[in-house]
Design a protein around this ligand. Structure first.
Ligand code: HPA
Length: 278
């Protein structure tokens, strides 16, 4: 019997990177991770190459129906981008190291910025379904941290700073874009829980009390890993359901997708214009 040598996490990342570079060897300016129901932006990319996740060594494979798993390479607003069509959620059973594996890979492919979108529940009573919230801070309520374990020194420090996870100049530019286009865009604090169940009324009340404006089940792990590598991050939520007292009703995934579709054009416009300005 042949025993395979164990491959470290760093080596797995390098294998994935080498494999991708064998298929598409171009400088890449930025990475994009699109959330549930928010894949339309892909249609604006002049696609040069698509690589299904299952063809990339050590890449996790996505399980959620509404996510198609592939990396998309091409041009958006004149910049070279890599977009993840389909992200990995902790609730699907992936470890945090798996959830954030693609962010490490994208960084090694040369990205200088990371753009992230998600669908989220609105805790702030002023928010309406289909509106956008630019994330200006977060509260991590996941039970596992992607940086737990031996620090990957080649990527960043043991105790990365998290005082400004979201790039302030990108937030300011995004607010300018929204204002110019008369879009009612909020900025606020995103909290994330592991899911997959939605929250009880008491939990929504608690989340609001601790300072969250929106609640979801993603984004923060990828942002923590991006900031470990000092990548500037821009993140934006589509408000897909209301979680403030008096507004809470049963959440159906179909309604989340409809609300995401409503928010999508504005979100796409902001991201495209931000990228053009980089
Ligand atoms: N809670 C958690 N995650 C979510 C929600 C919510 O209400 N809506 C969309 N993602």
């Amino acid at each position: 019997m042949r025993i395979e040598p164990t491959i470290s996490y760093s080596q797995q990342i390098q294998h994935a990177v080498d494999d991708i570079l064998g298929k598409y060897d171009h400088a890449i300016d930025l990475g994009i991770i699109l959330g549930t129901g928010l894949g339309q932006l892909i249609q604006h990319i002049q696609i040069e190459k698509e690589i299904p996740y299952e063809e990339i060594p050590f890449f996790p494979v996505s399980t959620v129906e509404s996510h198609k798993g592939k990396l998309i390479f091409g041009k958006l607003s004149g910049k070279s981008v890599v977009a993840m069509q389909g992200r990995f959620h902790y609730y699907e059973g992936y470890s945090m190291k798996e959830v954030t594996f693609p962010v490490r890979v994208m960084k090694k492919l040369g990205i200088k910025h990371l753009f992230v979108s998600n669908a989220a529940g609105g805790l702030n009573p002023e928010y309406k379904i289909g509106e956008l919230m630019i994330i200006n801070d977060h509260i991590d309520l996941f039970p596992e941290n992607p940086l737990r374990g031996k620090n990957l020194e080649e990527f960043g420090v043991r105790f990365p700073d998290m005082s400004e996870p979201y790039d302030q100049s990108l937030i300011t530019s995004a607010l300018d874009i929204a204002k110019r286009d008369s879009m009612n865009v909020h900025q606020g604090v995103y909290a994330a829980v592991q899911g997959p169940n939605l929250e009880t009324k008491a939990e929504y009340k608690y989340l609001r009390t601790i300072g969250a404006d929106a609640i979801g089940m993603s984004t923060i792990p990828e942002v923590i890993v991006a900031r470990h590598m000092e990548l500037p991050v821009f993140a934006i939520s589509a408000i897909t359901d209301l979680c403030s007292p008096g507004n809470i009703k049963k959440v159906k995934i179909e309604e989340v997708l409809v609300a995401a579709a409503k928010a999508e054009p504005g979100m796409g416009l902001i991201i495209k214009e931000l990228i053009a300005k980089l």
